[in-house]
Every structure is written in structure tokens, then in C-alpha cells.
Design a binder for this molecule. Structure first.
Ligand code: HPA
Length: 272
């Protein structure tokens, strides 16, 4: 057994004692962070108490793993994620996802705040992620492969499971909630992009842009999980509107659509 896999097992043991196991987990993005507090029978453990985890430094990210019950079903929640721009080793971004796998998770729901690149989008829209573009040139799978987790060269042809996207589309339709669907582009951050970069990624086929989610999705597919991704378009990307982009705006829009977002996630969780 590789030393890295042993470390993951130790982390999973500590996490399991604190919060238990489940077959579904959700990662909460900026401004969506307190979804976990709406669950029943909450259990929690701080990242800093799990060996091998880094502390979460991004504002709006709590830095805890939670588990709780929604509609009779237990779900694990990552309240606050790690980002490449925090300067932690890139492989650390995969650790929570791999630990989820060791806790029995087969379905991972990823959420984020993102800038709207598609000119038809508006702040406050929700977007189902159909695929991603990675413009960081980086990957949390860089380095020795953890064979116990997955293959050296994982297939990324169907990152965002069609069956889960179908559930999300149908759920949103039943709720009368508009749900966009498009390609998410992972950029390095922490600077927001320039208008020229946004024009470039629109030409490349991106509909939304952000600083997260893709490494989580890579690790999840590596570990053989089904993945669903939902972006909250919190602002229009750089250069589209004649105004600067602020983290404040990102958090405020997140809060504004929190009720719709929570309701959508609640109902999706009932069906996955
Ligand atoms: N760019 C990158 N990341 C983001 C944005 C953005 O415009 N909005 C929210 N996260």
C-alpha cells in the first residue's frame, strides 16, 4: 500500500469517527457555504483536526466537513473548499475528494460562484456544468498516481454525469426555475480575469469562469465517482459591464439566490 494511500486512510478514519459515512457528498462554493446548517442531525469536524487536510483560507469558506440528514438521507458536506490560489500544494486539492471516496461517496455534487462569460447570462442565473476547460495548466493528479484510488490516465470524456444532469434539468423545470447549461473554465485567480482573457475564453467555448471545481471534478472522476456541477453566476465576467468585479458582489448575489439554490439542491438530493 502506498504511503499516500495510507495517509488518506488515516484521514478517512478520523473523519468517519466524527461524521460517519454516506453515498452522496456536496462541496459548497463561495456564498453558498451555509447550506450545511439546514441539515438535521448535524455532525462536524474541522479541517484542521483531520490529518493531511489543509486549513481553508478563502473568505466565505468555513473549513469544516459536515454530515447531516435531508429527507431521511445522510449527506456529507464540504463547507469551504481549497483553491489553487491559496498556494497549497496542488495535490492537496484532491485530498478531501479522495477522503469522501473512502467514506463511501459515489455521487459528488460540486457548487461554485462563477462569472458569466456567455453574454446571454445574468447575475443570479444558475448554470448546470456540462463540461470544463482547464486553463491553469495544473492538475491535482500531478505526481505519483495513487493506484488504490484510480488509474494513471483517467478518462474525462463524461465528467459531469448525464444521468445526474437529467435529474437536475427535470427538477429545475418542475420548480419553474430557469437553469442554464454550459462550459465552466477554470482560471488560476486570485485576480479576476482581464477583459481580453474573457474574450479569449468565450472564443474557446466557455460560458462561465471561476477559480475552483475543476480540480475537485478531476479527483472525483479519478476516483470513479459520478459528478454533478452547478454554478451560481454571481457577476458578469470582466469587461462585459462597465464596472469592476468585487468579492462583495459575488457574495451578495450568492446570498440573493440562496433560497432557490437550496431548494434545488434539496430536491436533487432526494433523487440521486
Ligand atoms: N471570475 C473568476 N472567478 C469568479 C468570478 C469571476 O468573474 N465570479 C465568481 N468567481
Amino acid at each position: 500500500m502506498s504511503i499516500e494511500y495510507q495517509r488518506l486512510c488515516e484521514a478517512a478514519k478520523v473523519a468517519e469517527e466524527a461524521i460517519g459515512r454516506a453515498d452522496t457528498a456536496i462541496v459548497l462554493g463561495s456564498g453558498l457555504g451555509d447550506y450545511g446548517e439546514t441539515l438535521d442531525d448535524l455532525k462536524r469536524v474541522k479541517y484542521t483536526d483531520i490529518p493531511g487536510f489543509s486549513a481553508s483560507t478563502a473568505p466565505g469558506h468555513a473549513g469544516e466537513l459536515l454530515s447531516g440528514v435531508k429527507n431521511g438521507k445522510r449527506v456529507l458536506v464540504m463547507s469551504g473548499r481549497f483553491h489553487r490560489y491559496e498556494g497549497i500544494a496542488i495535490r492537496q486539492l484532491a485530498v478531501p475528494v479522495y477522503v469522501f471516496r473512502l467514506l463511501g461517496v459515489k455521487t459528488l455534487i460540486l457548487t461554485n460562484a462563477a462569472g458569466g462569460v456567455n453574454l446571454a447570462y445574468q447575475p443570479g442565473d444558475l448554470m448546470l456544468i456540462s463540461d470544463y476547460i482547464n486553463l491553469t495548466g495544473d492538475s491535482p493528479l500531478t505526481g505519483p498516481n495513487i493506484d488504490e484510488i484510480g488509474p494513471r490516465f483517467p478518462d474525462m470524456s463524461n465528467v459531469f454525469t448525464e444521468r445526474l444532469r437529467g435529474i437536475a434539468r427535470q427538477t429545475a423545470e418542475e420548480m419553474g426555475l430557469a437553469l442554464r447549461e454550459g462550459v465552466y473554465c477554470w482560471m488560476p485567480g486570485p485576480c479576476y480575469e482581464t477583459p481580453a482573457e474573457i474574450r479569449m475564453i468565450r472564443l474557446l467555448g466557455a460560458d462561465a469562469v471561476g477559480m475552483s471545481t475543476v480540480p475537485d471534478a478531476m479527483a472525483a472522476r479519478h476516483a470513479g465517482m459520478d459528478v454533478l456541477g452547478i454554478s451560481c453566476i454571481t457577476n458578469m465576467a470582466a469587461g462585459i459591464l462597465d464596472q469592476p468585479i468585487t468579492h462583495q458582489e459575488v457574495l451578495e448575489t450568492g446570498r440573493r439566490i440562496q433560497a432557490d439554490f437550496r431548494a434545488l439542491i434539496d430536491r436533487i438530493l432526494q433523487r440521486v
